[in-house]
Design a protein around this ligand. Structure first.
Ligand SMILES: Nc1nc2c(ncn2[C@@H]2O[C@H](COP(=O)(O)OP(=O)(O)OP(=O)(O)O)[C@@H](O)[C@H]2O)c(=O)[nH]1
Ligand SMILES: [Mg+2]
Length: 396
């Protein structure tokens, strides 16, 4: 559950720890966070599932550290575990390759490094248990540590910080507004709204408006006319929940740019133009075409039945066609290699930007159009044109 006071998981740098069984991956996690949260034992295959821990890792800042099962477990169950570990690479911004100093680099590590390199993930080779076997490290991103005695753990943290990806200038609304502008946010409060708080995209938008020195005015759709009438200056932009877009579009005069939170986040997380292009696939939809519907989370907290019920129903109503659907959630996405007419992905609010972009890029590489819930719903409800007006670089 995302705590309001914490950096959202999707915004944290993810550090994945990979390596053979017993290399000391769980011990390294514990040493980095200075707590015994991961179970450590001399029995190979102690960690059976990836474990993520969100924490503040100085000097870097808010991170998620992922401990993974060993990559040399040849049992039947072990193969599944290895698959799960490799899946964690999709979430990984910085990889730690844990090597037992007495065994050194072998085939497992070489294969892992090849995969990590092919994904352009920065990595550190950590020779653990240096208290048992002395090692001389030569490469730039190599270090000898002891998770047991704590030797060189601070140095490892510093090394991790130097590998942190440059924070890409990601813009939510900053490029659309100037300081002093009034931005009106329309947030309907219905039974779908969580009790007593705003959802993450709304919070993040308000924060970005404040960071840009602009003024956020938040109201429900039922108070929008009144709000606009009471403002002494024309708002620079209106951002609405897409559920009430049509109603809002009737209220907001045409000379005031209007968009939705979903569209803003489609641009922020991924590649808006690709998603807009993907939506065009519905124009040539035929009966029996296969469509993959993918959810980032394994539990549908905020998405409800949008993917399983609402989207198929609307799609069929608008196109008059009856496609066939496959559904995947969580990490199943990476394994799915089916042929599809279109992939419809959720907004990815719980996925990091890297993971969302990786998913979009992997899909376009397979020549399959991809669209997300927000852009598709905007298209199906006929509001895409207006909600894209504020973005001069996007073509429909
Ligand atoms: N001497 C020494 N022992 C260590 C060190 N790090 C881990 N160990 C021991 O090595 C064994 C394996 O450690 P784990 O942290 O469970 O290894 P793992 O890589 O998570 O293993 P799996 O979960 O089975 O894949 C345990 O008995 C640890 O106490 C170290 O730096 N020095
Ligand atoms: Mg372990």
């Amino acid at each position: 559950m995302t705590n309001l006071n914490q950096t959202p998981k999707g915004e944290r740098i993810h550090i994945g720890i990979f390596g053979r069984t017993n290399a000391g991956k769980s011990s390294i996690l514990n040493a980095l966070i200075n707590q015994n949260i991961a179970i450590v034992s001399e029995i190979k295959g102690t960690t059976t599932d990836p474990v993520s821990k969100a924490m503040e890792l100085l000097p870097l800042g808010p991170v998620v550290i992922i401990d993974t099962p060993g990559l040399d477990d040849n049992s039947e169950l072990g193969k599944d575990r290895i698959k799960k570990s490799y899946q964690m690479l999709a979430k990984t911004d910085i990889a730690i390759i844990a090597v037992d100093s007495s065994s050194g680099i072998g085939e497992t590590e070489t294969n892992l490094i090849d995969e990590i390199k092919s994904r352009s993930i920065p990595y550190i080779t950590v020779f653990n248990k240096c208290d048992l076997a002395p090692v001389s490290v030569s490469g730039k991103n190599e270090i000898a540590v002891s998770a047991l005695t704590g030797e060189n753990i601070t140095e490892l943290k510093n090394m991790i910080a130097t590998l942190a990806p440059e924070k890409e200038e990601r813009v939510l609304v900053g490029d659309l507004i100037d300081s002093g502008d009034i931005i009106v946010l329309v947030v309907p409060i219905d039974e779908a709204a969580p009790k007593g708080r705003l959802i993450l995209p709304q919070q993040q938008t308000i924060r970005d408006i404040l960071d840009n020195g602009a003024i956020a005015v938040v109201c429900k759709d039922t108070e929008l006319s009144d709000t606009l009438a009471k403002l002494s200056a024309k708002p620079r932009l209106v951002i609405t929940d897409s559920q009430v877009f049509k109603k809002v579009a009737e209220i907001v005069p045409c000379d005031i740019p209007l968009t939705s939170f979903s569209i803003l986040f489609a641009r922020y997380k991924g590649d808006l133009q690709t998603l807009v292009d993907g939506a065009k696939a519905i124009n040539s939809l035929e009966d029996g075409d296969r469509i993959l519907i993918a959810e980032g989370c394994t539990h549908h907290r905020q998405c409800g039945d949008i993917g399983s019920v609402k989207i198929p129903r609307m799609l069929e109503k608008i196109t008059g066609k009856k496609p066939v659907y496959d559904f995947v959630s969580g990490t199943e996405f990476a394994e799915n290699t089916g042929e599809y007419k279109l992939i419809i992905h959720c907004g990815g609010c719980m996925l990091s930007e890297r993971e969302m972009r990786t998913r979009i890029a992997a899909t376009t590489a397979r020549n399959i159009p991809i669209v997300n819930y927000g852009v598709l719903l905007a298209c199906l409800t006929g509001i895409l044109d207006r909600s894209l007006e504020p973005f001069s670089d996007i073509t429909i």
